[in-house]
Ligand binder design. Structure first.
Ligand code: SF4
Length: 694
């Protein structure tokens, strides 16, 4: 059979890259994974996939994997390989010692949007039930935390309103701050199919992304706004809709708080929000803004899809609120073809947020200050939960530099490479007395670690991921963990080493605990997932089949809330020294900092980061296509090759952040979203000059 190339067996599982959540058949000969075949019954992908899910799985068996635990007393000492028992004892003693010396709240955890729901649930349980504090945060902090805040405030819950199928009923689509072709390729294909069938497209992005003009797809409008002016653009659209009487008054009266709408309408009608008043600020012609608003309001079913170009700003939460306002103004919530849809970058961003990874929220987005909610988990866990919200990632790093935060357990996240202002992250890590990195590879953060616990890949464990449409998909073990333990087992072993009495023998038991404590998951268990393939939360007695569309008869919070969205300019300013604005994004073949995609055998994944620069800006600097250039900001500098293109406007440059050599986050500032501290990755004032090399 092997000689004929026919696999001996296959396992259905879920892609661990982006938030589309494609299902795959992992085909094996013996213990060797020979092929990932898109699964035709996968509800998110229906037999389709992109190159990453299909081919970029070689990292699971890459020689760089660390398979043995390691410890060291000082970060400048060599690593020492030890047994799991010794490593966990060392880690537990260090963390307990720090709490005895510096207090209960001196240590914390960072969970990962790459890990399963069950794993992230256990890590926040470790913080709350074993460390006895709420110092738990997730890498969603640096991507979609403004979605949590904005949609929570307006609609009542932090989640996209639609399923992917909904796009087939859409008449007019706004894509703002997202590049689905590269970031969410399988969803992009479905969107393009709908556009080819006649739906209208509006792109709001500083860069001319592929969707603006690709095969048989043309955007009706491309609003190439100046980076950092999302709020002003969204407000200008709302201004036109309100002042020209294009809103859906029946929807607003029935479904939204009318008094709050009147306050909002008075605010947004002010002439300072008009397209004409904001044209200079945003760089978008007033006529385009007016035409776009009219198209969205009058074009039938209107849907909004957005990404990190919305959230990773100092006003990320304000823009999310503005997008929700637009949807409510036009009555575009609660039926197929409409809605507000955050495109989640990582495979389990939605799940990490759902599972209570945030320092102020227990699973199911319930505030930790609520005694009744704490009581549910206290009864289930047999502990007393700290009522004080804990520290966010940037606060942990600040507190470390100040000397009050001393120990960190970081699962599946390379904060040194992923988080903004690398020098500050390094200073925070260096100031800690115990950093436990739990990962596949010796990543950049591990340079500051005292304990390294080998992680497992998605191919080596059971569990669930929740995709961008709230779909809970099964992850199934394809091969035995090469490091000896799935990640949930490692967290459990660490908890036990610190005295906890945890006895899970399978992730299904963890999901049973989640269902028992979290109403929106009450109907989720592994038997249901086997039977249905997947379900979308809320899934409970009220919605036994799950919930493809949210807010159908009413918003989760009751009445939808209009909230005013005052534009406040970012503190990051251009000037003579730093006259250009840098914004960042992804390419199709790479994934985030490239830890997985760069470790595949296929050379297609070895593309370098380049700096896109407009021909005019290149010419005045004497830069030719392919030249090495120095890219400098107030925070730091790096060097990379220039690519001259009019995809970016004059005054704007663009790069990706996939390679550690480029270190794009050395450049980015430490400004962040006012509500959530999500870093402002998308706006950095920079200078570009010729360089001799990398
Ligand atoms: Fe994986 Fe996303 Fe590609 Fe699907 S679209 S195969 S989930 S990376």
């Amino acid at each position: 059979i092997i000689e004929m190339g026919i696999p001996q067996r296959s396992v259905i599982t879920t892609c661990a890259y982006c938030g589309v959540g494609c299902s795959f058949k992992a085909e094996l000969n013996g213990d060797e994974l020979v092929r990932m075949v898109p699964y035709k019954h996968g509800k998110a992908n229906r037999g389709h996939s992109c190159v990453k899910g299909r081919f970029a799985y070689g990292y699971a068996t890459h020689r760089d994997r660390i398979l043995k635990p390691m410890i060291r007393d000082r970060i400048d000492a060599p690593w020492q390989e030890v047994s799991w028992d010794e490593a966990l004892r060392f880690a537990a003693d260090k963390m307990r010692g720090l709490q005895e010396t510096y207090g209960r709240r001196s240590i914390g955890v960072i969970t990962s949007s790459r890990c399963t729901n069950e794993e992230t649930y256990l890590v926040q349980k470790l913080a709350r039930g074993v460390f006895m504090n709420n110092n738990t945060d997730t890498c969603a902090r640096v991507c979609h935390s403004p979605t949590g805040y904005g949609l929570g405030q307006t609609f009542g819950t932090s989640a996209g309103t639609q399923d992917f199928d909904s796009v087939e009923h859409t008449d007019v689509v706004i894509v703002i701050g997202a590049n689905p072709t590269d970031g969410h390729p399988v969803f992009a294909s479905r969107l393009k199919k709908r556009l080819r069938a006649g739906a209208k497209l509006i792109v709001i992005d500083p860069r001319r992304i592929d969707l603006v003009k690709s095969a048989h797809v043309r955007a009706a409008h491309h609003l190439a706004l100046r980076p950092g002016t999302n709020v002003a653009v969204v407000s200008a659209l709302a201004h036109v809709i309100v002042t020209e009487g294009l809103m859906d008054e029946g929807f607003i009266r029935d479904r939204c708080d009318w008094d709050e709408f009147l306050d909002y309408a008075a605010f947004i009608s002010d002439p300072r929000h008009s397209p004409e008043a904001t044209e200079m600020l945003t760089g978008v012609p007033a006529a385009d803004l007016r035409a776009t608003a009219r198209l969205f309001a009058n074009g039938g079913n209107g849907a909004i899809y957005y990404g990190l170009g919305v959230t990773e700003h100092s006003q990320g939460s304000t823009t999310v609120i503005g997008i929700a306002n637009l949807a409510m103004l036009t009555g575009n919530v609660g039926r197929p073809g409409v809605g507000v849809n955050p495109l989640r970058g990582q495979n389990n961003v939605q799940g990490a947020c759902d599972m209570g990874s945030f320092p102020h929220e227990l699973p199911g987005y319930r505030h930790v200050k609520g005694a009744e909610v704490r009581g549910i988990f206290e009864a289930a866990w047999g502990v007393t939960i700290d009522p004080e919200p804990g520290l966010r990632i940037p606060n942990m790093l600040d507190a470390a530099v100040d000397g009050t935060f001393k120990g960190l357990y970081c699962q599946g996240e390379d904060i040194l490479q992923s988080d903004p202002d690398t020098r500050h992250v390094a200073a925070g890590l260096a100031a800690m007395e115990c950093v436990i990195v739990h990962d596949l590879f010796l990543n950049e953060t591990a340079n500051y670690a005292h304990v390294f616990l080998p992680g497992s890949t998605f191919l080596e464990k059971d569990g669930t991921f929740t995709n961008a449409e709230r779909r809970i998909n099964r992850v199934r073990r394809v091969m035995a963990p090469r490091n000896g333990h799935a990640d949930w087992e490692v967290t459990q072993l660490l908890a036990r080493a610190m005295g906890a009495d945890w006895n899970y023998t399978h992730p299904s038991q963890i999901m049973a605990e989640i269902a028992a404590t979290t109403p929106s998951f009450a109907g989720v268990d592994y038997a249901v997932l086997e039977e249905k393939g997947s379900v979308q939360w809320p899934c409970n007695a009220e919605h036994p089949e799950g919930t493809p569309l949210m807010h159908v008869d009413g918003f989760m919070r009751g009445k939808g809330r209009f909230i005013v969205t005052e534009y406040v300019a970012t503190e990051e300013r251009t000037g003579p020294r730093f006259p250009l604005l840098l914004t960042t994004g992804r390419i199709l073949s790479q994934y985030n900092v490239g830890a997985q995609t760069r470790r595949t055998a296929n050379v297609a994944w070895h593309q370098e980061d380049v700096l896109e620069i407009h021909p005019h800006d290149a010419e005045v600097r004497g830069v030719k296509d392919g030249d090495f250039v120095r890219l400098a900001s107030r925070a730091g500098q790096t060097a990379l090759r220039a690519q001259i293109t009019d995809r970016v406007a004059p005054g704007v440059v663009y790069t990706t952040f996939h390679h550690p050599d480029t270190q794009a986050n050395v450049i980015t500032t430490d400004f962040s979203d006012w509500a959530t501290n999500c870093p402002e990755y998308k706006v950095t004032a920079v200078q570009v000059s010729l360089s001799n090399g990398p």
